[in-house]
Design a protein around this ligand. Structure first.
Ligand code: BES
Ligand code: MN
Ligand code: ZN
Length: 510
C-alpha cells in the first residue's frame, strides 16, 4: 500500500561517543548540557559553551543552535536542542519533540543523523520515551505529494521534503525503545493511512476505491467484508442509500473484523465511521467557496480503517469490529429531495428536511446494523458531522457525546494521553424535541441552536437500550487541520491514536 512518502529508517542503539557526521544533542533548562554534550564541550575547550552564550541559549524548549564543522572535532554538524523541563514531559511532548527534530533536520538538508538522547541523570529518558520521539519524527515527515509530478525548480519550495534517509537514536534503553517502537510504529502507519485517505481527491477515491483499500487490509489478518449496494438494499439500509442515490457511484458498507482476544467469541467493540467521499450538500447544495474541503468528509471512516490496521498490525489482544459507511452526496435527477421521507433500517422514519445533514442518515443505518448483527460491548461513532462543532470547540478538541460516563471518561483519558483531545458536550431529552417531525418519526435537522447536539440526539435514537455508545464529532480536528509539531496539516489522522489507545487501555485481555 502506498503511504504518503518513503519513510526513513529509524534504528535504536546504546549511547556512544559522537564521532562524525551530524550529531543531535540536548540541553535541559535546569540541568544544562547533557553528559555527551559536556564531553564535547570539554574536548573543544569550551566551544559549545561559547556558542551557546552567543546564541543566548538557555536550554529552553523549542530553542537551539547549530555548530557547523566545529573546530577540533570530526563532526560535520553539531545540533543542540533545548528540552526545557524534561520531568514535565507527557507522551505528547515526546512525540512533539520528535516532530521538531524532523523539521530541524529537514531544514538543514540532513541525510543521516545520530540523535544522542540522554538525560542529565541516569535513565532519565525511558525506552518508551525514545520510541515516542521516533513516532513523532515519522508523523511529522508525512507529506501527500503523490500528484505532484513536476520536480521543484527552486529553493522557494518551503515544504519540508528532505532527503533524510536514516536516523539512529542512541539512548540508555535501546532494547525497550525498539520493543515500544514496534507497537507505536503500527499506530503511526494507521495514522498515515488515515491521512492518505483524507487527502486523496474524491475523483480518485470514491466509495468503491475506498472499499478496495479496505480489502487490501486482509493482508494484516483482518477479515474484510464489503456489502455492496444490492446487498444494502436487501438489508434495508434505506437512509444510507438515500444519501448516495444522487451519485453515479454506488454506496457500500465495509465491515472489518479483528479477532485478537483470547476468547474469539467475546463480543466486540464496534467502531463506526462516516465515509462520505464528497459532500456537495446534495439538493440542499453547499456554497461554492470552501466546498473543496468536503473531500475530507470521510475522515471518520478513515480514522476507523486506520485504527483497525493499527490494531491488526500490532496484534492487539482484543475483539474490535470496524464499519465504514461509504457514499457520496451529490445533487442530480435521482438525488433525494428536501421533504423526502425515508425508512431507516431500524424501522424509524426520517423526514429529510435538509439533504446536507446526510452524515447522520449514513450513521443511523450502520449503527443499527452493527448492533443487530454483533451486539457490541460498546459502540463509538466518528464523523465530520457538523460545522457547528467547529464553532463550539474550534480545532483543538473533537466533540464527545455519550450515554455512558465510563466510556466518556475513557475516551477523554485516551485523548489526553495521545493528543487526540475530546471535550464532552451534553445529551438531553430537551434538545431531542428539536428533531421531532410533523410527518415522520423524526427530521434530520434541528434548527440553528445547538447543531452538534441535535445531530448527536439524532444518532442516539439509533442506539439500542443497554449499548454504551459514544459519538465523536471530528469535523474540526480531522480535516482542514492546522500544522502541529507532528503534522504538516490538513489531514491530521485524528482518531487513530485515540481509538488505538482506547482499545489498549480498556478493551484488551490483560
Ligand atoms: N460534512 C458536513 C459537516 C462539516 C462542516 C464538516 C464543515 C467539516 C467542516 C455535514 O454533512 C453538514 O453538511 N452538516 C451541516 C448540518 C446542517 C445542515 C444541519 C452543517 O454543519 O452545516
Ligand atoms: Mn453535509
Ligand atoms: Zn457531510
Amino acid at each position: 500500500m502506498e503511504l504518503g512518502m518513503n519513510q526513513p529508517s529509524i534504528s535504536f542503539a546504546p549511547l556512544q561517543e559522537p564521532k562524525q557526521g551530524v550529531c543531535l544533542t540536548f540541553s535541559e533548562a535546569k540541568g544544562g548540557f547533557s553528559p555527551v554534550l559536556k564531553a564535547l564541550d570539554a574536548q573543544t575547550k569550551g566551544l559549545v559553551t561559547r556558542a551557546a552564550g552567543i546564541a543566548k541559549f538557555t536550554g529552553a524548549k523549542k530553542t537551539g543552535f547549530d555548530l557547523i564543522a566545529p573546530g577540533g572535532l570530526d563532526i560535520e554538524r553539531l545540533i543542540v536542542m533545548g528540552l526545557g523541563n524534561v520531568e514535565k514531559y507527557s507522551e505528547v511532548d515526546w512525540m512533539a519533540l520528535g516532530g521538531r527534530i524532523r523539521a530541524r533536520l529537514a531544514g538543514a538538508r540532513v541525510v543521516t543523523a545520530d540523535i544522542f538522547l540522554e538525560g542529565n541523570s541516569p535513565n532519565a529518558i525511558s525506552g518508551r520515551e525514545a520510541a515516542l520521539l521516533a513516532l513523532g519524527f515519522l508523523l511529522r515527515g508525512y507529506e501527500f505529494k503523490k500528484y505532484k509530478k513536476k520536480k521543484k525548480e527552486s529553493d522557494e519550495d518551503d515544504s519540508e521534503s528532505s532527503e533524510i534517509k536514516s536516523i539512529h537514536i542512541l539512548s540508555e534503553q535501546p532494547e525497550e525503545a525498539k520493543a515500544h517502537f514496534e507497537a507505536l510504529h503500527a499506530v503511526g502507519d494507521g495514522v498515515m493511512l488515515a491521512r492518505d485517505l483524507v487527502n486523496e481527491p474524491p475523483n480518485k477515491l470514491g466509495p468503491e476505491e475506498f472499499a478496495e483499500r479496505a480489502r487490501q487490509l486482509a493482508s494484516y489478518g483482518l477479515q474484510v467484508e464489503v456489502l455492496d449496494k444490492a446487498r444494502l438494499e436487501e438489508i434495508g439500509m434505506r437512509a444510507l442509500l438515500a444519501v448516495g442515490q444522487g451519485s453515479e457511484r454506488p454506496s457500500s458498507v465495509v465491515v472489518l473484523k479483528w479477532n485478537g482476544a483470547r476468547n474469539p467469541d467475546a463480543k466486540p467493540l464496534a467502531l463506526i465511521g462516516k465515509g462520505v467521499v464528497f459532500d456537495t450538500g446534495g439538493i440542499s447544495i453547499k456554497p461554492a467557496a470552501g466546498m473543496e474541503e468536503m473531500k475530507g468528509d470521510m475522515a471518520g471512516a478513515a480514522a476507523v480503517i486506520g485504527a483497525m490496521q493499527a490494531l491488526a498490525e500490532r496484534k492487539a489482544p482484543a475483539n474490535v469490529i470496524g464499519f465504514l459507511g461509504l457514499t457520496e452526496n451529490m445533487p442530480s435527477g435521482t438525488a433525494q429531495r428536501p421533504s423526502d421521507v425515508v425508512t431507516s433500517l431500524s424501522g424509524q422514519t426520517i423526514e429529510v428536511v435538509n439533504t446536507d445533514a446526510e452524515g447522520r442518515l449514513v450513521l443511523a443505518d450502520v449503527m443499527w446494523f452493527a448492533q443487530e448483527q454483533y451486539q457490541p460491548v460498546a459502540m463509538v461513532t466518528l464523523a465530520t458531522l457538523t460545522g457547528a462543532i467547529i464553532v463550539a470547540l474550534g480545532k483543538e478538541h473533537a466533540g464527545l457525546f455519550s450515554n455512558d460516563d465510563a466510556l466518556a471518561q475513557n475516551l477523554t483519558t485516551a485523548g489526553l494521553e495521545t493528543g487526540d483531545k475530546v471535550w464532552r458536550l451534553p445529551l438531553d431529552a430537551k434538545y431531542d424535541k428539536q428533531i421531532n417531525s410533523k410527518v415522520a418519526d423524526m427530521k434530520n435537522i434541528g434548527g440553528r441552536d445547538a447543531g452538534s447536539i441535535t445531530a448527536a440526539q439524532f444518532l442516539q435514537r439509533f442506539v439500542k437500550d443497554g449499548t454504551p455508545w459514544a459519538h465523536l464529532d471530528i469535523a474540526g480536528t480531522a480535516m482542514a487541520s492546522p500544522q502541529t509539531d507532528i503534522s504538516q496539516g490538513w489531514a491530521s489522522g485524528f482518531g487513530v491514536m485515540l481509538l488505538d489507545r482506547l482499545v489498549e487501555k480498556f478493551y484488551e485481555d490483560k
